[in-house]
Design a protein around this ligand. Structure first.
Ligand code: SF4
Length: 414
């Protein structure tokens, strides 16, 4: 590997980290201020945003320790057979960069992942060393998110949890056959067993923390994972079912979805085209419906088409409502919270406002309009003291009436 200075390494290893979705906000249009016009850019790599356990949005330095790897996962730009420029930070370089950026107020924490060098244990030792040195040698109190290597010694993974706020273990692909085909060196059973061990350690630490003030912290922001979408034939229904299983089994805080993007010198087993970014967005919306709106995976799958794919032109909640019109209209003055949460266009805050307002008065359509963002979207699915759209939900053209207007797509949008 050629000798590179820290800045050159940073350019390579921050760029290489952009493929990890675990704290990224993807899907926006490309903008920059090259040529002296405007301020800012949506294309720069290196700093991403994540939500801290207290709900704050924080900026993280997002880098890989190295983009060299002894594995050859077909979908990964850093795989052994890939022809990319390689770089590697030492643990000390990552520590110094994090502290320097933190002191300049550029970041509030670190997101660190890595390709696998020498062995899983050696790589995990290096990752743990970065977190340990930051916490113990420099008393760093910022946020740390560490990717862990499932094959590494469980004791090393446990040490990661002692220093990091959040740890993540990538499940990579929604089905076992896809993992076997596209990441033959990875072991699905080992990945799940590492998640299970992490869940147990987090629960133990929480119990100890409730009893003893001096109990050590252990991954207080929990564990998360990432699934690649569109690299295999799994439908949205398969992905949603898998995500739900992971939430239930391992108490994950988040499942992140990363739309597969074709990489230079791609392996022949991969699709040539990336899936539409809207697919990733619809999966995040379904995830949100399951976590906060009381939808079950079966509900989400029911909103999908016969091929198991969610519609791209309307959100999954609207798709479900259009399929199950008998559940509407919902009486905003009487319906329980669960039913109100099913109404397209009613978010959690709007439902809370409706529940508290109706304690004092009978709501009319104008009242609901004041409490929601888009009464046009809500109106066909509710009834109020002065509004009952019984015929509207029977209309054959209801989908066209409530679907968002199509926008002209950018010719070169990602
Ligand atoms: S182990 Fe990770 S870094 Fe290495 S090829 Fe597979 S996905 Fe890429």
């Amino acid at each position: 590997m050629p000798q590179l200075d820290v800045q050159a390494k940073l350019a390579i290893l921050a760029d290489a980290a952009k493929y990890d979705a675990s704290c990224a906000s993807s899907g926006t249009t490309k903008r920059d201020s090259k040529g002296g016009k405007g301020v800012g850019s949506t294309e720069g790599m290196g700093i991403c945003h994540a939500y801290a356990p207290d709900g704050r949005c924080i900026s993280l330095l997002k880098i890989l320790l190295t983009n060299s790897c002894i594995f050859d996962c077909h979908y990964c730009i850093n795989r052994k057979s890939s022809n990319v420029r390689r770089a590697r930070f030492t643990a000390d370089e990552v520590v110094r960069l994090t502290l320097a950026f933190y002191k300049r107020n550029y970041i509030e924490g670190l997101f660190l992942s890595s390709g696998i060098i020498r062995s899983s244990n050696y790589t995990m030792e290096q990752l743990v060393e970065v977190a340990r040195a930051l916490r113990e040698d420099h008393d760093f109190r910022g946020y740390i998110h560490l990717k862990t290597i499932p094959d590494a010694d469980p004791e090393l993974v446990r040490q990661a949890g002692l220093h990091a706020d959040r740890v993540s273990i990538n499940i990579e692909l929604p089905t076992a056959p896809a993992l076997k085909r596209l990441a033959p060196e990875k072991d699905g059973a080992r990945i799940e067993s590492a998640m299970s061990e992490m869940k147990a350690s987090i629960a133990d630490a929480r119990d100890a923390g409730a009893k003893y003030k001096s109990a050590p912290r252990f991954a207080p922001a929990g564990q998360s994972t990432q699934m690649i979408v569109g690299a295999d034939a799994a439908s949205d229904g398969d992905i949603v079912a898998r995500a739900s299983q992971l939430y239930d089994r391992y108490g994950l805080r988040r499942v992140y979805y990363s739309a597969f993007s074709p990489i230079p010198d791609a392996s022949a087993v991969l699709p040539l085209k990336r899936p539409p970014l809207m697919r990733e967005h619809r999966l995040y919306q379904s995830d949100w419906l399951m976590r906060f709106y009381g939808f079950t995976p079966t509900d989400v799958v029911a909103a999908a088409g016969a091929d198991g794919m969610l519609p791209l032109d309307i959100d999954p909640k609207l798709a479900w409502a259009l399929k199950f019109r008998a559940a509407f209209p919902v009486d905003v003055n009487r319906a329980p919270k669960e039913q109100l949460l099913r109404v397209p266009g009613l978010g959690i805050k709007a439902v809370e406002r409706i529940l508290s307002s109706r304690r004092w008065r009978t709501l009319r359509l104008d009242d609901v309009a004041r409490l929601t963002l888009s009464i046009g979207k809500v109106r066909p699915f509710i009834c109020t003291a002065d509004w009952r759209p019984t015929l509207l939900t029977d209309r054959a053209d209801l989908r066209a009436l409530v679907a968002p207007r199509q926008q002209q797509l950018e010719l070169f949008a990602a």
